[in-house]
Design a protein around this ligand. Structure first.
Ligand code: NOJ
Length: 559
């Protein structure tokens, strides 16, 4: 392995940042964020250390699922800007060393998409087979719905033609029929279009549902006998059109099933997947002050091809799902971090952001972001995490965390000059309001969370062993401490995190090391010698964290 490989497989140690243009920065004063605003903040992102920007859907939409209900895959929502603005953004990002990826939402369309309008107009429409239909009454599918507060079946009767169409999500989001080669051509064309405009890949929405064969006629399941073959085709197509582009898949399934979406050892399907299991076990660990669940999850991650990568995260734009915990475990996390009913959604998740879960305790919040950046994988941030934004519990469900970015302590948090009543979403109020949490104040405060997260991003980039290396949990006596080592080539980083409030002294022995090695702190200044046997005692504050570079006598790595 060579350091220059990190420029080829760039996603293996990228710093990904997800945002919704609609809520980031409004430049024309109409209350809605726009590309003209976002492009003003590319330098902010670059300074933060972002190397890959993930844009949530910015396409024309019926706007009943925050943009995930698309009416034109080739367009740009007029409120946000034009194709020209998108290209200006991509080009400006490229200049600052940032790649741009965007949501590819092709499991379904909006029911207002012209394809579906045509499809439902007649059973003989050429677009009929773009969707999945059944003529007989479906059995109860109540248990399979994704949004149980709104839906009670995954099938909806279309009055006009008397047949039912499949919708994995809301009934206004009919599922596309990917067994139909015409639909597959359409999807490829959409990808090709945006790649041509300069995108470096896609965050692929709801991949397991995209590939599923539920409801397909026997003749179709025959021609779609191996859905993974389709994913392989998509990846190959992507590679042909843009050699360095990625597919970052949303696959919230147990690890062994996720392995199949990477294409097993061949690694020829999704390039990256979010580690939903690791994320959920991390919250269980935090609730218990016990590193055990997280360590078990990390150790159980399947081996993936060296070209593939896990995306690690603390928060995303949806509910903080805890669906893969047992009922009792989920209740433990609810009790610790979201005890009130209004903080919970769909009986499986939380609508909160991290700092309010910790009642604003900065030590705990920093410890978790230090942990995030030190885990093996590629960290993915959701906008506002870098400044410790809170949520708006008055907003419905998942909208609680989709509030405007807080730039200043001024009107609308500097997001927009429009009247507050015209904003795309209300600004957070209370203790996490812009008055107390904003970029402007934190930029000039060397002790701010923003400065800390920037430091983490910088150190993460300087430690390719985190994205590329092997992972070992180091044995030590404290259940609340996670001590782990990532190694790659001649680089080894040891990270320690104390999930509990009490200070701990952690005895460590590093095999292969001796008195000639030393441990150099990367987040603060400090050097710890090792003894003959490679042992040292490391002090950790309550909720403390340390990143230690193992420095061999002949090492020329930067310290
Ligand atoms: C997954 C997205 O993350 C979520 O926000 C959306 O509602 C569903 N897919 C349906 O598109």
């Amino acid at each position: 392995m060579r350091i220059s490989d990190t420029g080829d497989l760039w996603w293996k140690n990228a710093v990904v940042y997800c945002l919704d243009v609609e809520t980031y920065l409004d430049w024309n004063g109409d209350g809605v964020g726009d590309f003209a605003g976002l492009v003003q903040r590319v330098d902010y992102l670059a300074e933060l250390g972002v190397t890959c920007l993930w844009l949530m859907p910015f396409y024309p939409t019926a706007d009943r699922d925050d943009g995930y209900d698309i009416t034109d895959f080739y367009g740009v929502d007029k409120r946000l800007g034009t194709h020209g603005d998108v290209v200006e953004l991509i080009r400006t990002c490229r200049d600052r060393g940032i790649r741009v990826i965007a949501d590819l939402v092709v499991n379904h369309t909006s029911d207002a998409h012209p394809w579906f309008r045509a499809a439902r107009s007649s059973k003989n429409s050429p677009y009929r087979d773009y969707y999945v239909w059944r003529s007989d009454k479906p059995p109860s599918t109540k248990k399979q719905v994704v949004f149980p507060d709104q839906e009670s079946s995954i099938w909806e009767l279309d009055e006009k033609t008397g047949e039912y169409y499949l919708h994995r999500f809301y009934k206004h989001q009919p599922d596309l029929n990917v067994a139909n080669p015409l639909v597959r051509n359409e999807i490829a064309k959409v990808m090709g279009f945006w790649l041509e405009l300069g995108l470096s890949g896609f965050r692929v929405d709801a991949v397991p549902f995209l590939l599923e064969t539920t409801g397909m006629a026997a003749s179709e399941t025959e021609r779609f006998a191996d859905p993974h073959e389709y994913l392989r085709d998509l990846r190959a197509f992507l590679g042909r059109r843009a050699g360095d582009a990625v597919l970052l898949g949303e696959v919230n399934l147990p690890h062994p099933q996720q392995a199949t979406f990477f294409g097993g050892e061949d690694g020829d399907e999704l390039t990256m997947q979010f580690d939903f299991i690791g994320m959920q076990q991390m919250y269980l660990s935090l609730a218990r002050n016990d590193a055990g669940p997280l360590v078990t999850a990390l150790e159980a991650r399947p081996e993936v091809s060296p070209d593939c990568q896990w995306g690690t995260f603390v928060r995303n734009h949806d509910e903080l799902t805890l669906d893969k915990l047992t009922d009792d475990e989920r209740q433990e996390v609810f009790a610790a971090f979201g005890p009130e009913k209004r903080m919970q959604v769909y009986d499986r998740g939380l609508t909160r952001r991290l700092p309010p879960m910790f009642e604003g305790d900065p030590r705990r919040t920093r410890m978790v972001y230090s942990l995030l950046f030190s885990l093996p994988g590629t960290p993915v941030l959701f906008y506002g995490e870098e400044i410790g934004m809170g949520e708006n519990l008055d907003a419905e469900g998942r909208l609680a965390v989709r509030t405007p970015m807080q730039w200043t302590s001024g009107k609308n948090g500097g997001f927009s000059t429009a009247a507050p009543s015209r904003l795309a979403a209300p600004v957070v109020e209370g203790g996490f309001a812009p008055e107390f949490v904003n970029v402007s104040d934190q930029r000039t405060d060397p002790d701010s969370l923003l400065e800390f997260v920037s430091l983490l991003a910088r150190r993460y980039r300087e430690c390719p062993e985190l994205g590329w290396g092997t992972f070992d949990a180091l044995s030590q006596p404290h259940r609340e401490v996670l001590a782990h080592r990532c190694s790659w080539d001649d680089g080894t980083l040891v990270a320690l995190h104390n999930l509990g409030p009490e200070p701990r002294s952690v005895p460590l022995t590093l095999d292969g090391c001796g008195a000639s090695h030393r441990l150099v702190d990367l987040l603060a200044s400090g050097v710890t010698p090792l003894d003959e046997s490679g042992a040292a005692e490391i002090a950790l504050d309550g909720y403390g964290y340390r990143w230690l570079r193992v420095v061999a006598p002949d090492s020329r790595r930067m310290v």
